[in-house]
Design a protein around this ligand. Structure first.
Ligand code: SF4
Ligand code: SF4
Length: 388
């Protein structure tokens, strides 16, 4: 296993972190298969993983609920005397906060679930622009100051799927951020905060933890033949998992890559890659770009996110509607993109708000018939978040 310093925290972390959001389950998402989960976590820790990332709602029955991942991790670490061997990262459910006292209420609950006196890395979970504005009004920064002083948390940060402007606003608002969890993989260099966000973190010496390194597994499953043909041309052969992980570990702005592993085979495979990261050459970089381009040709339409069609007088978020639609088509993953579509885009800004007024006619350099394309988006996702 290789290790690196996690930005300002100065913690020496394994470059592979254990994401505890996709633990093995029996039947339903809230029913963790504790024997198998214990076996694979023990193997991971015994072989060098020293960071486990969980969150209040992971492995709950519903998306907003009180999950079982923290409870399982707390019991597992205590029963196996592993607490001193790992850093626990968990997240505050920002969307549930209604008054200032709620922050402390949930933190205390999480400390109890995790059976610990102190959380090593505490992140405000999935901050959107609206959540950020709300938690600031509820004086979240005072709460973080107090929790750092009392020792209930050691390092503080946030996770986010926002666009870069909100990301920078959040970074600028608090000098004590030490860690940020952000989405990155070779398809997402210019999606959400992408390379610009990582660049900001490096400039500020804030530790970067990476989520979705395999795009929810889609970069390594059901590889389209067009993509496989390209991988087969590489001078140094790699598996799709090696391509995805080594791409990240060859970046100097990436610290710890979280992987939501749920089988012993995956843990062994990822640890093996993390123990001997091969260099990505210039020609490998070119090939990765070509693969990313090929994935993108498999998308639903040719929108380049140029923004010429915005703002729409009805408030339709055309760029993000097409973004999520294209990603879902490209990766053949409508459920994953639906989660983003319904959580990131406000109800009034989704595809079904288009009234076909014609204002965006002829403006698109890609010659897209925007209302017609929005209708396809609406048909693809439906009108309710009912995929889970
Ligand atoms: S046609 Fe639809 S997307 Fe285009 S400007 Fe009118 S309402 Fe907005
Ligand atoms: S003008 Fe066309 S390419 Fe540009 S963002 Fe709008 S739909 Fe996409």
């Amino acid at each position: 296993m290789q290790y690196t310093e996690l930005g300002k925290t100065k913690e020496n972390v394994s470059i592979l972190g254990f994401g505890a959001m996709r633990l093995p389950t029996k039947g339903s998402n809230d029913n963790i298969d504790e024997n198998t989960a214990s076996e694979i976590l023990s193997y991971g820790i015994d072989n060098g993983i020293n960071l486990i990332d969980t969150a209040y709602p992971y492995h709950s029955a519903g998306i907003d609920g009180n999950g079982n991942s923290e409870v399982f991790i707390g019991n597992f670490l205590k029963e196996n005397s592993y607490r001193d061997d790992v850093l626990i990262s968990t997240k505050s459910p920002s969307w549930l906060m209604e008054e200032k006292g709620d922050f402390e209420y949930y933190l205390d609950k999480q400390l109890e679930k995790l059976k610990t006196d102190s959380i090593d890395i505490y992140l405000l979970h999935a901050l959107t622009k609206d959540d950020w504005n709300k938690v600031r009004k509820l004086r979240v920064l005072d709460f973080l100051d107090d929790s750092l002083s009392s020792g209930k948390i050691k390092h503080v940060g946030f996770s986010s799927h926002t666009e870069i402007d909100t990301f920078v606003d959040i970074l600028d608002a608090y000098p004590k951020w030490e860690v940020v969890l952000t989405q990155m993989n070779y398809l997402d260099e210019y999606y959400q905060t992408g390379v610009m966000g990582l660049d900001e973190l490096k400039r500020l010496n804030i530790g970067s933890m990476i989520m979705e390194p395999l795009r929810g597994g889609r970069l390594v499953q059901n590889i389209p033949p067009e993509v496989q043909k390209l991988w087969d041309c590489a001078e140094v052969k790699r598996t799709p998992v090696e391509w995805a992980l080594e791409y990240l570990w060859n970046r100097d702005d990436v610290d710890c890559v979280l992987s939501g592993m749920n089988s012993l085979e995956q843990v062994k495979q990822n640890i093996q890659i993390a123990s001997n990261v091969k260099e990505i050459s210039e020609s490998d970089q070119d090939l990765i770009r070509e693969v990313a381009r090929t994935y993108k040709t498999l998308t639903g339409n040719e929108c380049t996110s140029c923004g010429y069609c915005m703002p729409c007088p009805e408030g339709v978020d055309i760029i993000n509607c097409f973004n999520e639609y294209n990603i879902g088509k490209m990766l053949n993953n409508p459920k994953g993109s639906a989660m983003q579509y319904f959580s990131l885009i406000d109800e009034d800004c989704r595809a079904d708000s288009c009234i076909d007024c014609g204002d965006c006619e002829f403006v698109c350099p890609q010659m897209l018939d925007i209302p017609q394309e929005l209708e396809k988006v609406d048909n693809y996702f439906g009108r309710e978040f009912n995929h889970f």
